[in-house]
Design a binder for this molecule. Structure first.
Ligand code: NAI
Length: 309
């Protein structure tokens, strides 16, 4: 596996769900990786988590022979020699701005700072920075070591060169980086998932289906084909011989009629309890579910690769 030309030391800020997954991926692909988190208590558990991520990645990729042990630190100064920093602190704008400006003061002027932020726009994160164009969003989907897409979003201050560097770094990790053309709250992937989730919640609140049935319909229906082709290409196939043109002419009006009825339910305490009960009453072990999900994801990813999808 070939490393990106400009990167050798990678800094990861925040050792939560996303930071640990990134750190496992970066180190598996041979990058020297330092994770900074002042609240990390149990280093041995963190190393165990990295080993589990490596085990998953070994099922997915051949030839990850150059893994590098991850260094954990509670001192931000240990990020000093990072050429690329992936920031993963909690989704709180002022916290992110504060930590990004601290990182800026420590690292070299050429270091790229990429935030995993699910919703904040890079222009918001660049606020107060001395070299704002090197602050970008590199948004993954959970878990970043398995889900390949990374949305690269540039702010009002931007540099195409920095975007290309980020792209080549993520490519070197066998990711699928996509540069979003215009910054917008939630970027692209989370706008799509939010549109779907809003309706999933609305359907439960209206009593159209319970939580379990909504999930069953999605994961045994549209979800299966959406893992292979996007919404536009799926409807191209839905148009038969005439493709997308025919679909839009024939079934476009029924889409528009449904769009008018899509709903929105406020997340009241009662509705939240109903949603949580819908999940907890299924009594599934979270750790078993995670293993089954990850093992299935690996098989789907291999199938997609074999079929060039
Ligand atoms: P998390 O709560 O699991 O982890 C946050 C970590 O940051 C914790 O380990 C915490 O100790 C650490 N932290 C807190 N303050 C810090 C500081 N001042 N300096 C360094 N580390 C600090 O959060 P999670 O879910 O990993 O989210 C992190 C980021 O990733 C957020 O911006 C979120 O929007 C984004 N994201 C989350 C996804 C998810 O599904 N959870 C998916 C994609 C992106």
């Amino acid at each position: 596996m070939k490393a990106a030309q400009d990167e050798n030391q990678i800094g990861v800020v925040g050792a939560g769900l996303i930071g640990m997954s990134w750190a496992g991926l970066f180190s598996a692909f041979g990058y020297e990786t330092t994770v900074y988190d002042p609240y990390l208590k149990e280093q041995n558990l963190a190393h165990q988590e990295i080993n589990e991520i490596w085990a998953s990645l070994d099922l997915l990729f051949d030839g990850l022979k150059n893994k590098k042990g991850v260094k954990f630190s509670d001192k931000i100064a240990d990020l000093k020699s990072s050429t690329f920093v992936q920031e993963n602190v909690p989704e709180d704008l002022s916290l992110k701005q504060e930590i990004i400006s601290k990182i800026e003061k420590i690292v070299s002027k050429d270091t790229v700072i990429s935030s995993s932020s699910s919703s904040f726009m890079p222009s918001e994160l660049q606020n107060g920075c001395t070299k704002p164009e090197r602050i970008i969003v590199g948004h993954p989907m959970n878990p970043p070591h398995l889900i390949p897409v990374v949305e690269i979003v540039l702010g009002k201050a931007f540099s195409q060169e920095i975007s290309s560097r980020a792209k080549s770094f993520y490519n070197s990790l066998q990711r699928v980086p996509v540069q979003i053309k215009k910054e917008m709250r939630g970027h692209l992937a989370n706008r799509l998932t939010s549109a779907l989730y809003r309706e999933a919640v609305y359907l439960v609140s209206e009593g159209v289906a319970d939580v379990e049935d909504v999930d069953t319909v999605m994961s045994n229906g549209p979800g299966l084909r959406l893992a292979l082709l996007g919404p536009h290409m799926n409807y191209h196939l839905g148009g038969g011989e005439g493709g997308y043109r025919s679909y839009l002419e024939h079934l476009g009006p029924s889409q528009e009629a449904r769009w008018k009825t899509l709903g929105q339910a406020p997340l009241t305490p009662e509705l939240k309890e109903k949603l949580i009960h819908g999940i907890e009453s299924q009594n599934l072990s979270m750790s078993e579910l995670k293993i089954k999900r990850d093992n299935s994801l690996i098989k789907i990813l291999k199938t997609k690769k074999e079929n060039k999808l």
